[in-house]
Every structure is written in C-alpha cells, then in structure tokens.
Design a protein around this ligand. Sequence first.
Ligand code: TXA
Ligand code: MG
Length: 318
Amino acid sequence: MPLITAADAVARFQLGEVVAIPTETVYGLGACIDNPTALQRIFTLKQRPFFDPLIVHVSHISSARELAGEWPDLFTLLADHFWPGPLTLIVKKTAEVSSVITSGLDTVALRCPNHPVALAILGAINVPIAAPSANRFGRTSPTTAAHVLSEFADAVSVVDGGPCEIGLESTVVSAQVDNGKWKISILRPGGVSRQNLFDVLKREKINFTLQRESSVASPGHLNAHYRPNSPLVLLTNEIWSDSIRKSVEEKLGRSLRGWQELQLHASAQQTARELYENLRRLSQGPDYAIWLNRTADHASDDWEAIWDRLERASSLHL
Ligand code: TXA
Ligand code: MG
C-alpha cells in the first residue's frame, strides 16, 4: 500500500525501509541515518548521483549537536530562532555520520522540520532521518502525497500530511568565523529569506556578513534542476507572442502543440506554496510550453528563492 499511517512509517523506518514523509517545505524521501542499505536505496530510487549530499532531519537541536563535530554558538542562535523550520545548517560532521549521506564531504546538512507528522515520526524512532526531496533527480519537488505517488508509484510508501505549507525547499546556510567576524553564506535560498536571517543576526548584534554563494563546493546546486516535463520559458517584461513562439520552436528544434502561462500571485508566500503544483499541472509534455513574465512586481527579497527555482527549472531564456 503506497499510502501509510505515521505509525506504519515508524515501523517501516525501523525495519530499514525508505519512506516518504511530509515536511513544511516539500515531501522528503527518508531513511534512518544508521542504515547504510536504506541510505543507498534513496539514491537508487531517486536516480540521484552519489556526489549530491543529503539533508539529515532531527527532532531537536540536541540531536543536531550530537552529529556535529563543531557547533558554534551562532548555530544555537539560528536554530533557536528558525527551528523547527525551513533552515538547513551545514556543520562539520562526526564519524557517526555516514559518508553516503555527505557524499564524502566532511560536513553535514542538518535541519529540524516544522511539520507535526515529521516531528512525531522522528520523535518515535529516535534516530535522525536523511531525506532529500521525494522526486526523481533534477525534477520538480513534490508538495503533496499525490505528487510523490506520481513520481514513484508503488515503489515508495508515503505518509499523507497534506499540502506543504511553505512549498519550496529550505534555505541552506554555512558559516565561517574569521577574527570574530562571521561570514555567513546562503548556499541555496529557500523558506527563510535573506531578510529574515539578516534581521535576526542584526538584532542579536552578531558581527557578520551575509552573502549568496552561487558557485559552492556542494555539487547539488546544479543549474538544471526542478525541471517540469514541458519546457519553461522565462520572459522579462514581455508576454507570449507569435514571434516568441517561433524563436522557442527554433531553439527546441520542434513545433509546439500548445502553451500556457504560469501566473504568479502578488504574494510571494502564496506563489511559493503553489509553485510546484502549478508547474506539474501545466506540464503536458515536451511539445507544450509553459511561459511566465518576470516583472518588477516580483523583485523583492522574499521572491529570491522562487526565482532561483524558476531559473533552474527553465530551459529557455529569451
Ligand atoms: O526543505 C528541504 O530542504 C527538503 C526537505 C525534504 O527537508 N530537502 C531537500 O533535499 O531539499 P535535497 O536533497 O533535494 O537538497 C539538499 C541540498 C542539496 O542542494 C545539497 O547539495 C545540499 O542540500 N547539501 C547537503 N549536504 C550538504 C553539505 N554538506 N554541504 C553543502 N550543501 C549540502
Ligand atoms: Mg531536491
């Protein structure tokens, strides 16, 4: 049975199975971090290359600290403000963390998800769960149990925790200190915005710089990612026209059978929540284009993660 209860998920995790669980960001494809066979199976199921490391989910800051070789006070401060929630912290790992999870890196990505089902499961099994988004590698992330089923059919059991509240993956952050000054890097923008981070760091009087690190050592931040199965065309201050259709067809090397607009809400939160669902709904195959118009209306800080995903999801910039 692909749809299972949280109690069943606990039992299956303990038996060493891979199970998809809801989080507030996207659904994750999880395995207990102490089971190497289950961890390997995540990569097989997702067709994910082994060079792309996984995020480890914990129910509490104390479990995160146990997996960290070093845990700076700065991370206690960030975890106190943003956990449970969509912030992933990169820390030096202990030997306990398998290199299958970290792709051989000496750091591990940790987060405490803000979803009652995920927290209940983590609390019951008492072992952290490594989980990437529950989609095939490079594809659109799932924000409902039905999306997970459409990715994996009977191969994966899913706990239905409803549609994800945030709808975009967590913000991934690393930090280095030099002479008392923290250099904080956003490796992937996400559910916690740059402004949210900035405000907390400022308020807590941390000596810091905060920047987006676009070309990071982490190989998971690939340019072509989150792709729907129809080509996504990003336009700037422009709407679809016959001449655009012609240039899209030229670039694709085939004729289009149809095209639809991806409309954005005025609210970034609502756009994020519905983004992956909308991309899936509008994806009707390779001969149908999805287009959207990027305007100054959608340029504030809380749109950063949305544009990051849309740029990676798009195959054509005109
Ligand atoms: O919201 C989320 O983060 C979701 C839910 C399920 O928690 N998970 C998720 O996992 O988005 P995934 O595997 O799709 O993305 C994990 C990202 C990748 O870009 C990966 O490269 C990065 O985290 N990452 C993992 N470990 C890392 C490390 N040690 N250093 C730098 N980046 C790391
Ligand atoms: Mg992913």
